[in-house]
Write a protein that binds this ligand. Structure first.
Ligand code: BGC
Length: 441
């Protein structure tokens, strides 16, 4: 039997990622809370409620993360708590975040702090939020306050999580608040968020020269359903441009490209110290003459694809390697800021975790500087419009009671992290069917 152990570099960052609204509970002052109270918005009428109770007791889950041997954790700050009314900052809230960050440091978990992860203060939403260019200066003011107060505990900052997903889900598909379906608005929102990223990048560096500032991008591949069809290739490339390329053209090349039109965005150029990759799945794209609303595209899956629960898409681990290779064109340090699958019975997650980490290992052999991997996520959390129906946790949680039960994947991740490697014994124990796929002949 061939044997091989896949070692990760010494000091590799192993973490988990979360977002404030999904875990804190009782975030009553943002647009999501309001949205959740409206009928028909969230699957099965779910609400975030107490979520994972992090506002009261994040430390219990920090203990779990530390017990797994992790050395990193990504969380986000809830703007609506910090600045409940325009210009009024809540010191008690900031003190609670200080306490959480201290708690992470004490447990050997290096924090990565996201400053915006989908949720807006209600007062901002009521003014149109990211539709307005004025939001950029509000964001910078909030960011400055955070960096001044928490900067002694954090050097790794992620300005905005997935501007592309926020813009598309909120303004094109209408599935996130404010539920609009307007292509022009989508473009404006994406553009304002990228401008805000650039402005925040500079503001953070002014206050904290040693800061490492990046952005988390959800890179989703749109591959032509039939690679020999010119039209499939064309629509796939249009989607890729809008969803993926436009963001990096802006924040790296300093150039607005489609769907933002064309033109210089010099102030955004090189506003990344690192780039964050949120990788989940890919789509195949077919040309569809009748689908005007979706730019003549129809999304499908590969016929032989293993599908994920809840219609989440294909299990496509090779995409992680492809995505990293693509980001490496910018020659920046890379963090995998999110990666995971929804899987309540954990029948796919162990293999999925091994396959994705094996792809990551492969890329590391090419000396591409991936600095860390943050699994999405530690404990089942509130999955936005999908409510509690898509459980991404290594640890299962019943939202009614808060009772947590580790899934087998939690043990697997612990073993990988503690050994800093994928071993044949782990393959045999958790996903023996992968042996021929992963171990060389
Ligand atoms: C988001 C997370 C979300 C995850 C799983 C990402 O796009 O950043 O907030 O929970 O996907 O769907």
């Amino acid at each position: 039997m061939p044997e091989a152990t896949f070692h990760f570099p010494p000091g590799f960052k192993w973490g988990v990622a979360t977002a404030s609204h999904q875990v804190e509970g009782n975030n009553t002052n943002n647009q999501w809370w309001e949205w959740e109270q409206q009928e028909g918005r969230i699957k099965q009428g779910h609400t975030s409620g107490r979520a994972c109770d992090w506002w009261e007791n994040a430390e219990a889950d920090f203990d779990r993360a530390a017990a797994m041997g992790l050395n990193a954790l990504r969380l986000s700050i809830e703007w609506s708590r910090v600045e409940p009314e325009p210009g009024r900052f809540d010191n008690a809230v900031l003190e609670r975040y200080r306490e959480m960050l201290r708690g992470l440091q004490q447990r050997g978990l290096e924090p990565m702090v996201t400053l915006h992860h989908f949720s807006n203060p209600l007062w901002l939403e009521q003014q149109g939020a990211w539709i307005n260019e004025g939001t950029i200066s509000y964001f910078v003011r909030y960011v400055e306050r955070i960096v001044k107060l928490l900067g002694d505990q954090v050097t790794l900052w992620c300005t905005i999580n997935e501007p592309n997903v926020y813009a598309v889900m909120s303004y094109l598909y209408g599935l996130f608040p404010p539920g609009q379906r307007d292509f022009k608005a989508t473009r404006v929102v994406l553009q304002n968020m990228l401008k805000a990223h650039g402005a925040a990048y500079r503001a953070i560096h002014r206050l904290q020269p040693a800061a490492k500032v990046g952005l988390a991008h959800n890179l989703r591949f749109f591959d032509p359903a039939n690679p020999r069809s010119l039209l499939d290739r064309l629509v796939a490339s249009v989607l890729d441009r809008g969803f993926n390329r436009a963001t990096f053209d802006a924040v790296w090349k300093g150039w607005w490209s489609l769907p933002m039109g064309f033109g210089p965005a010099w102030s955004l150029r090189h506003t990344l110290d690192w780039v964050g990759l949120n990788y989940y799945t890919r789509d195949l794209v077919a040309f569809d003459r009748g689908a005007k609303e979706t730019l003549f595209s129809r999304l499908t899956h590969a016929p032989d694809a293993e599908l994920l629960d809840g219609g989440y898409g294909e299990l496509y681990p090779e995409g992680l390697r492809r995505a990293i290779k693509r980001l490496w064109r910018m020659r920046l340090p890379i963090y995998i800021t999110e990666n995971g699958i929804p899987d309540s019975d954990d029948d796919q997650r162990p293999a999925a975790l091994l396959l994705h980490l094996h792809q990551l290992w492969k890329i590391l052999q090419n000396n591409i500087p991936v600095q860390g991997y943050y699994h999405w996520t530690l404990v089942d959390n509130f999955e936005w419009a999908e409510g509690w129906t898509l459980p991404f946790g290594l640890i299962e949680m019943d939202p009614a009671t808060g009772i947590r039960i580790p899934r087998p994947s939690a043990d697997l991740y612990t073993a990988i992290v503690r050994g800093n490697a994928i071993t044949p014994a782990l393959l045999d124990a958790y996903a023996p069917r992968l042996r021929p796929r992963i171990l060389p002949d």
